[in-house]
Design a protein. Structure first.
Length: 367
């Protein structure tokens, strides 16, 4: 708290931005809140948890394919229903609260990994993001995912950077929480796995270092499995029902290379549309994706936090192209936190004087 207060007193622009961001998330919340079938179902299930009637081992089903998620969301929001004396508005307040906390956590993380210009721009973009403000006005499991995605990526970076066991334990836990909030978070696993393997190959040939890193990776896996265990047990008891439904969902969305290629650009188009309310032409979409890919290729052998964010972002959106169905705003909740930071970096770069400054301006590097 002392650190937070020190930051707030020295950054008036940040304080104003955060206050406005919180105001937009709580302004007339009871009037703007959405309460449909999903919210009613969740409120009843959470009430049964609090009264001891039933403790679910699975979470809410997906809107398409009826694939059950994990139960983390129900137990995470349960205290808020009790706090508001079983008034369902408490669940919406919970989401608005953590959406506001996300603004401050984004500031702390981006300030550590980049610099003050990037953090201020990203905080402004997040505070005034219409799609994130809309998501903060009602209780729904995907609405919490931007916060958990950012924390997952941060803990992975800190784990690889410091080799401290608790960062690996946290990264495994938060990856599990993210996937339980929405299955699209599964697309975070391949890029994170590649980062873990790439870092392991760079470890000096020392038995102690190798064993320590293997222990960290095993701890991360154990943490992930532990917090995912209710859903894993459910799947084992029901002949892998969830896994089969999930595979069927992606197989039914189209398998041709052309379909998936078009889906990639459609995904990036809708991401920009929902993030900034701008309707970009097909040429601009191609150009932006090509530009981001070139930047990643340029940084591939450099020690840069931007490289990590770009790699996870591009690999994740590539994975999302496997699903060529409708592109709803909540399908991009794992990409919003990464994309806003990447865009903020390049907006800050506009004030830099040259290409070399762009390449080497990260303050903290990943080893």
């Amino acid at each position: 708290m002392r650190r937070i207060l020190n930051i707030l007193t020295k950054n008036q622009a940040l304080v104003v931005t955060l206050v406005i961001g919180v105001f937009l998330r709580f302004y007339k919340l009871t009037g703007f809140v959405t309460f449909l079938g999903d919210q009613g179902r969740d409120a009843i299930i959470v009430k049964r948890i609090l009264t001891g009637e039933h403790f679910p081992a699975i979470g809410p089903p997906t809107s398409i394919g009826q694939v059950y998620s994990g139960p983390f969301y129900y137990y995470f929001i349960a205290p808020w229903l009790l706090l508001f004396n079983f008034n369902p508005i408490g669940l919406a307040v919970c989401v608005a609260f953590f959406s506001s906390i996300y603004l401050l956590i984004n500031y702390l993380i981006v300030k550590e990994l980049f610099d003050k210009k990037v953090v201020l721009i990203s905080t402004i973009l997040l505070s005034f993001s219409s799609v994130l403000i809309d998501f903060s006005h009602f209780s729904w499991n995907p609405n919490l995912l931007p916060l958990f995605t950012l924390l997952t990526v941060y803990f992975v970076i800190k784990g690889l950077q410091t080799s401290r066991w608790y960062f690996f334990a946290l990264s495994g836990a938060f990856l599990s929480f993210s996937i339980q909030l929405h299955y699209l978070a599964l697309f975070l696993i391949p890029p994170i796995g590649i980062l873990l393997m790439a870092t392991f190959k760079k470890i000096k040939q020392s038995n102690n270092e190798t064993m320590n890193q293997l222990k960290n990776y095993l701890l991360m896996s154990f943490s992930f499995i532990l917090f995912s265990s209710p859903l894993i047990i459910f799947d084992l008891r029901h002949n892998f029902l969830n896994s089969k439904l999930l595979l069927a969902l992606f197989q039914s969305s189209g398998t041709s290379f052309l379909t998936k290629f078009n889906s990639l650009f459609d995904s990036f188009y809708f991401l920009n549309l929902y993030s900034f309310n701008i309707n970009l032409s097909k040429f601009i979409i191609y150009l932006l994706l090509f530009f981001l890919s070139i930047i990643l290729f340029t940084l591939i052998k450099k020690k840069s936090n931007l490289k990590i964010f770009l790699f996870i972002f591009l690999f994740t959106i590539l994975g999302m192209s496997l699903y060529s169905g409708p592109k709803h705003p909540h399908y991009f909740v794992i990409l919003y936190p990464l994309y806003y930071i990447i865009i903020s970096y390049f907006l800050a770069f506009l004030k830099q004087s040259g290409w070399e400054n762009y390449i080497f301006c990260d303050r903290i590097y990943l080893y």
